[in-house]
Design a protein around this ligand. Sequence first.
Ligand code: AMP
Length: 540
Amino acid sequence: MQPIGKMMDRPLLISAILEHGAAQFGQQEVVSRETHGPLHRYTFSDLAKRAKQFANALQHLGLRPGSVVGSIAWNNYRHLEAYYAVSGSGLVMHTCNPRLHPEQLIYIINHAEDEVVLFDSTFAPLIKAVASHCPRVKHWVCLSEAAHTPAVEGVKVQSYEELLAPQAPVFEWPDLDEKSGAALCYTSGTTGNPKGVLYSHRAITLSALSDCLPGVLCISAQETVLPVVPMFHINAWCLPYASLIGGAKLVLPGPRLDGASLHELMETEKVTVSAGVPTIWMGLIQHVEQNNLHFTTMRRTGVGGSAMPRALIAKFSDVYGVEVCHGWGMTETTAVATMSNLSAADMALPAQERHDRVAKQGKSVFGVEIKVVDEQGATLPRDGVSQGELMVRGQWIVERYHKAEGSALVNGWFPTGDIATISPEGVMQIKDRTKDVIKSGGEWISSIDLENAAAAHPGVAMAAVIGVAHPKWDERPLLLVVRKPQAEFEKQELLDFLAGRVAKWWVPDDVVFVDSLPVGGTGKVQKNELRQKYGSIFSS
Ligand code: AMP
């Protein structure tokens, strides 16, 4: 008979991450850009004390184990305190995306059964719009001192600092089951209502540990981490936890995510690692280029949420010396599921080939397995060519949506809705979302590959490709382009440029120049909107 290992059975808990951070790296800094006033700075040890004060305050408000606390907030130190206080004390931290349509926000606050909602003063108008539709919320708490707590018509708003002030900085964290729910995040729900993913303490801890690995984001006490990826979306890739596990200085950017503000913060705080969506990095690079700046300390940046254009990878690496770590994940995967993770042989490749490799979404991290399947669910070969739906399973992958009756899995795997290939070496490449892939004459065209090719044109700031109904071919690609300031080129030049880079039948049937592309709350181009607007361009 297989003997049982004779090891301690200690649960993986979020409170343990905080205690570890405070005990081992107590003097490490958290720097936070606030909506009001100068940068705020304190240490992990201060963070732990205040998280305990807030845990006491939450008990004082009458919350019971499993109660849900919502947040509508930027990445800042009070939000961080709430991350630890709420989950650590056995409550559920429900991070809400403020860029959701108010109706969806109301839906998720009610569906999650939030009893308290924490919000940044910036979002006071939003609170006014939703509060009367959220009858279960007993306390609306502004994450500020009394002086900056706005009056919201018809809503009793409390100040976070006033709640905190009378509480002791001592709190006995409960010994929870590591499988209990710690945090809740809803998908952005472009079709139908958003769906909730209830992360366990175990899932978050394991995912955060994985962030610290050298092949992932290598978070250690030698790093200064700037998570631009929002704390309201996919747990900011678990970086608020990973930084305390690894002991890294944490820099929180607050509401200012434009290129100039981020560059300034990176330089003044000597940031070495960051993470965010490609649109953020486009804004940053544009600012750096236009002002002839550089990066003094930045070593690498994690990118995900949508495909990072190869041209941008090359620029970061070759011009600015910043390594791009291209990852893939979704709300349903807690944080990072795959990462570019280059081998020594990859590093030795000529720059062009290395960038091609980084433009793919990479290898699954330990704890996550991936495969691609055909429409019948049969596993496709790892040959780098066969494309099918990406399936994923692992310790921090959703099993069923919050309050759903049935499992979300198919034969034990989560169907992601992404179309991908996997190479013999295990390198995964996202080709499209199932709903975005273009079906032309029975063959598939990858909108991501086309966007990548267009983004390589020196005058292109942003590109999006959609499939548009076509009388002969079912669908044909339409390319929408935002030109860089001062860039002068016309349609034909771009089409000729593409003709040299993609198969002839992939070349879009038309190009539309636009001033901007609609970008949603999680940094993705809203192709639904584009399809609505341009969906009949080839049939009219
Ligand atoms: P969300 O749940 O809002 O984080 O969205 C997850 C989806 O974003 C995935 O299913 C992918 O379609 C897309 N996505 C995430 N990372 C990448 C990436 N590196 N490249 C392409 N698409 C990505």
